[in-house]
Ligand binder design. Structure first.
Ligand code: NAD
Ligand code: UFG
Length: 338
């Protein structure tokens, strides 16, 4: 029996593959390496002493999926594969809808043909759009997404919800991640963005290592305690554990579930800078500029449903996230392929 992990060479996928292997699961990865290096999985094997089966292919490739389902006794699919840059999605909407929406539909169709009925999908807090209030619970209004990436996640959730009505024997869990950060504590696995990072923690890390000169803080006039944007940063190892919990509880309750994975605590951009400075024992050069279009003031979770339904909660704090992010950055200044 094996678990198929799509996008398993990527940032969250590789940490989850490690957690799955560590608890003795057999893992099959499909990844087209469009935003990852196979080196991540080589390191996962080094760290765990176990190897996932790896198929370098696209989830849009039906034949590759058919072969995988025929070759392995797959019981569950954890679906990370997709494109994730907000700015790129505005420039290339069709690529985002094709990869994220059509890709998921192809995967689901091939799962059904193969008789595999358990799916965990990487959703995002982006489905809540501009929050009416925080914390965000699963009962909060969704919609009002401001870019094709966010809309693709919302569309996939709706497709999965509709599908689960037609196919109630399926078990589908959408995990709505808040802001993943940090790295494996070994410093061997972490986030390796292509080019200049869009996200705050990789950006700060590259300023700390001297690759980038200065962090631009997008806005200090939000209605937040220090005026900068507030987010719910969650350690990637906690996120990985959240997937294991979702697997364990896949048969509980309804055919379709959507569950937040966050810590329930919000931190501002300035809080993150301070925490990173402490972890790295260095000053982060930053300057404040205007707001970034599409950003919301605050986005943090009510994480009680995950506690109740999955028996899961985040256990790592901001200090550990920044320590592990820095450990990864300083040990791998050029990422995986340097
Ligand atoms: P990532 O880019 O590191 O990982 C995605 C992986 O999928 C990559 O290895 C990439 O090569 C692969 N991939 C992309 N398209 C593919 C395709 N068509 N076929 C096969 N493989 C493909 O991203 P991540 O941060 O690990 O995110 C994983 C998932 O979680 C994504 O679906 C993302 O949208 C979602 N998510 C991420 C965040 C975040 O901030 N990192 C937040 C919320 C949700
Ligand atoms: N920020 C800066 N400077 C930067 C980068 C970010 O000040 O160089 C600020 C942003 O304005 C925001 C905070 O840092 O206040 C976090 O920004 P990120 O880009 O790291 O994360 P977002 O909350 O904007 O977006 C993330 C994911 C999206 C996902 C969204 C909602 O990157 O994929 O969370 O879940 F859609």
């Amino acid at each position: 029996m094996a678990i198929l992990v799509t996008g398993g060479a990527g940032y969250i996928g590789s940490h989850t593959v490690l957690a799955l292997l560590e608890r003795g699961e057999d893992v099959v990865v499909i990844d087209n390496l469009s935003n990852a290096s196979q080196e991540s999985l080589i390191r996962v094997a080094e760290l765990t002493g176990k190897e996932p089966a790896i198929c370098v292919a696209d989830i849009l490739d039906r034949n590759a999926l058919k072969t995988l389902f025929a070759q392995h006794n797959i019981t569950d699919v954890i679906h990370f594969a997709g494109l994730k840059s907000v700015s790129e999605s505005i420039a290339k909407p069709l690529a985002y809808y094709e990869n994220n929406v059509v890709g998921t539909m192809v995967l689901l169709d091939e799962m059904q043909r193969a008789g595999v009925h358990s799916l965990i999908f990487s959703s995002s807090a982006t489905v809540y759009g501009n929050p009416e209030s925080v914390p965000l619970s699963e009962a909060s209004r969704t919609g009002g997404t401001t870019n094709p990436y966010g809309t693709s996640k919302l569309m996939v959730e709706q497709i999965l919800r509709d599908f689960s009505v037609a196919e109630p024997h399926f078990r589908i869990t959408c995990l709505r991640y808040f802001n993943p950060a940090g790295a494996h504590p070994s410093g061997r696995l972490g986030e390796d963005p292509n080019g200049i990072p869009n996200n705050l923690v990789p950006y700060i890390s590259q300023v700390a290592i001297g690759k980038l000169a200065c962090l631009t803080v997008f806005g200090d006039d939000y209605p937040t305690p220090d005026g900068t944007g507030v987010r719910d940063y969650i350690h990637v190892m906690d996120l990985a554990q959240g997937h294991l919990a979702a697997l364990d509880h896949r048969n509980d309750g309804e055919a379709f579930k959507a569950i937040n994975l966050g810590t329930g605590v919000g931190y501002s951009v300035l809080d993150l800078i301070k925490a990173f400075e402490k972890a790295a024992q260095t000053k982060i050069n930053y300057r404040i500029v205007g707001r970034r279009s599409g950003d919301v003031a605050e986005c943090w979770s009510d994480s009680s449903l995950a506690r109740q339904q999955l028996g899961w909660q985040a256990t790592r704090n901001l200090e550990e996230m920044m320590r592990d992010a820095w450990n990864w950055q300083k040990n791998n200044p050029g990422g995986y392929n340097a």
